[in-house]
Design a protein around this ligand. Structure first.
Ligand SMILES: C[S@@+](CC[C@H](N)C(=O)[O-])C[C@H]1O[C@@H](n2cnc3c(N)ncnc32)[C@H](O)[C@@H]1O
Length: 230
């Protein structure tokens, strides 16, 4: 099943988030502003971006001056992210691996970030317990996602049939149609995270809609869910 998931994302890599590529600097700035209140000031942090895809969150934290490791299950996604890092002159460690079975020692990272990853996972208890294991005590998880597929997926008039191919994965993805922020907060709490909270990101929704007005049904507003390991 993981082979199928990996093959899927390898195939998606060339077209993934194509509509946003001309607006990357804007997205990075938006994310920097969003995270500033959640990060301890004046400290160089060890950050892990899981499911980095094209590398956006890795770029955010590297540009903020932190030590960043970016992990993805897809070689092709990592190749694109590496190229992006080179173009932006950023030093990032890229690792091929599974977010549900992290190839890192316990207590390695101050921050774990992930964006649009949760809906793609097969075992959320494993994922959150792995995140807790590799975070240092006091470390924080920052998870951005949305309820993208609660309504039927509205694509781009079939100009890009690749966009629909994740239908082949749905049977493996328990949160595909139900990744509400309340559910994610509950999963964090059940897996031992404290100070769990979430907030809606209307400004990010506006950005996404502006970049890709026909790509998704944006009745759902993305959210940031966060928790701390003590
Ligand atoms: C929807 S994309 C999100 C990419 C990026 N974070 C973003 O915000 O655009 C999901 C990413 O997670 C990766 N992925 C899926 N399952 C994974 C897993 N179990 N472990 C690590 N990466 C995974 C995929 O290869 C893909 O790059």
């Amino acid at each position: 099943m993981k082979d199928k998931i990996t093959a899927h994302w390898n195939k998606r890599s060339p077209s993934y988030r194509k509509m946003y590529r001309d607006h990357l600097d804007e997205e990075i700035l938006l994310m920097k502003n969003l995270f500033s209140e959640k990060l301890p000031a004046g400290k160089k942090l060890s950050v892990l971006d899981i499911g980095t895809g094209p590398g956006i969150q890795a770029f955010v934290f590297a540009e903020l001056g932190h030590n960043v490791t970016a992990l993805d299950i897809s070689k092709e996604m990592l190749a694109g992210a590496k190229e992006g890092a080179r173009n932006r002159n950023l030093l990032i460690r890229f690792v091929e691996g599974d977010g549900e079975n992290l190839p890192f020692e316990a207590c390695t990272f101050d921050i774990i970030v992930n964006m649009h990853l949760l809906w793609t996972l097969t075992d959320h208890d494993k994922f959150f317990s792995e995140c807790k294991r590799v975070l240092v005590p006091g470390g924080r998880i920052l998870a951005i996602d949305g309820q993208w597929f609660q309504q039927e997926y509205v694509s781009d008039g079939n100009n890009n049939p690749e966009e629909r191919t994740h239908e082949e994965l749905i049977e493996y993805l328990p949160l595909y149609k139900s990744n509400s922020p309340e559910m994610i907060a509950g999963l964090m709490e059940n897996n031992g995270f404290s100070d769990v909270s979430w907030k809606a990101l209307p400004e990010y929704a506006e950005y996404m809609k502006r970049c890709d007005p026909e790509g998704h049904d944006y009745l759902s507003v993305p959210y940031l869910a966060t928790g701390v390991k003590y």
